[in-house]
Ligand binder design. Sequence first.
Ligand code: ZN
Ligand code: FE
Length: 240
Amino acid sequence: TVQIDQFMCRSDNFGVLVHDAKSGATALIDAPDEKAILDAVKRTGWTPTLILTTHHHVDHVEANLALKQRFGLKIIGPEAEKAKIPGLDETVGDGSVFQFGGEEVKVFSTPGHTLGHVSYYFPASKVAFTADTLFALGCGRVFEGTPAMMYASLQKLAALPADTTIYCGHEYTETNARFALTVDPTNPVLKQRAARIAALRADGKPTLPTTIAEELATNPYLRAHDPAIRRTLGMESASD
Ligand code: ZN
Ligand code: FE
């Protein structure tokens, strides 16, 4: 299984290094910030060989070309956004599978935030990188797709095994928790989680990663079927 190092980039982006000790292969999940990434490379001693791009937004691809020049690494990203992602070598789409180190990586297309957004799933390591689709207690803003498209993408991720660890693109959890409490105010698990999140943020600590199990229990975007949420919203008979 892979080793993972998560670090802050820009103001609220996460950078993530995924390392296979046996082969030495190291993947960056997106490339938000050259300096923060170089610091993480130095700290871990893991030289990046690959960037796995989730979508074309500048806060996810800005360091692509600089890192490619420095490390000669390969860049993989969504076919549907290939014109907008600098330095792409290989494209993927829904259902694509490739090898990283000794294990398989599966690609899910998760459109909504952007039309080509993809998420990367490492089944053997039980970890998925959902960037700006699924957040802790929230989901990405629907910029290019439709709410129905985003909902279908979230349902795809919700179907992963409950013990899957989830890394996301941004530290948005505290404001997401405030919103979640307005639609699901009687959920005791959510209330406990919100308190834990506030304590972590007060300490300047990240609230990620999360798990599918934790999101199923507390994230309102995965709980549209919940009778208490439906009652609170006065939408008992609406579709999910
Ligand atoms: Zn984005
Ligand atoms: Fe982003």
